[in-house]
Design a protein around this ligand. Structure first.
Ligand SMILES: [Zn+2]
Ligand SMILES: [Zn+2]
Length: 315
């Protein structure tokens, strides 16, 4: 068990405002889902269908879901502790199967994408549109102590108090549905809408907090799905130059040929020297789109302390 997990389990406290509910299940209807069962092991299982616990919930029939880049970190425990039987998946969409009595903006049969982070919509933070630190869903003092700041609560992550809710399932109960669901027009197919649950807005959010604007020179560290989407957002936001940095030939090719941005292959040169030759004054903004396992260098820590890099990590 990693040190954070150990501390978490030693000191797990009751939530004050949204106690992790004991989900109710419809024993007569079985559904299939993917669960974490032990380190490096997930399994396909069946379990009774969830039911609406709160009048603000909906029950969603999942039509599309993803395996996010962070799922391997959950499975190998490099990030947080998972409990046996936890349902995976924080990116998903579907068709509304049932609505609670107090849901006002949604109806049965409607297609919606669900945001990966769970928010209430009415607490002080949500009122400021800082949904990632919703006070109602998650008020853990222990997590604040561990991470020196409040942390987001996600579907599919038991340690972060997702109440066992995961999207790699046939059905999922979505709490506070009016605020957490985005209706999708019928002419937008699932394979386009699905990415609104996480990576498209996550990529945009990074550009926003990195202050990318008209005329910016931006360096994007890593050209995985988030990095490539950020390159596209930078173009939409009017960035003057976009330099993508990676070592995977396929990614560099997509960045160069499809997005027509400048690239640096870190395996072929001294990255910093090359970057400073390309941009003598340095980039206006660095976007960090690398898995957190890789971002441990002194340079990265310096960038963080100078607030000259924007992290895409949601944790
Ligand atoms: Zn994700
Ligand atoms: Zn809230």
């Amino acid at each position: 068990m990693n040190p954070s997990s150990q501390l978490f389990h030693q000191g797990e406290e009751k939530l004050t405002t949204w106690n992790r509910p004991e989900s109710k299940y419809n024993e007569t209807h079985q559904q299939c889902f993917i669960t974490w069962s032990q380190q490096l092991h997930v399994q396909y299982s069946t379990k009774p269908m969830p039911m609406i616990d709160d009048p603000r919930d909906i029950l969603l029939k999942v039509t599309a879901t993803t395996i996010c880049d962070c799922n391997p970190n959950l499975c190998n425990k490099t990030m947080v502790y998972m409990d046996n039987g936890d349902i995976l998946g924080h990116e998903f969409m579907g068709v509304i199967h049932r609505v609670g009595d107090q849901v006002t903006k949604l109806y049965v049969g409607q297609r919606v994408v669900v945001a990966f982070n769970i928010a209430c919509g009415f607490c002080e933070y949500c009122q400021r549109q800082e949904y990632g630190v919703c006070d109602t869903i998650y008020s853990s003092k222990l997590q604040e102590k561990l991470h020196q700041q409040k942390k987001v609560t996600l579907f599919g992550h038991s340690c972060l108090k997702s109440a066992g809710l995961g999207g790699q399932a046939e059905y999922i109960r979505v709490p506070f549905a009016d605020i957490n669901c985005l209706p999708i027009p019928n002419d937008v197919p699932d394979d386009k809408a699905l990415y609104l649950s996480d990576i498209i807005p996550t990529a945009f959010h990074g550009c926003h907090i990195g202050n990318v604007k008209e005329g910016s020179i931006v360096a994007i560290w890593s050209l995985g799905p988030i990095g490539l989407l950020q390159a596209r957002w930078c173009q939409i936001l009017g960035a003057k130059r976009i330099i993508g940095i990676d070592y995977v030939p396929k990614r560099l090719k997509i960045a160069h040929q499809s997005l027509q941005i400048e690239t640096i292959n870190v395996k072929e040169c001294d990255t910093m020297k090359t970057l400073l030759e390309m941009v003598p004054g340095g980039a206006d903004c660095s976007l960090q789109a690398v898995d957190f396992n890789y971002s441990k260098s002194l340079l990265y820590k310096d960038e963080r302390s100078l607030q000259s890099t924007a992290d895409m990590l949601i944790y």
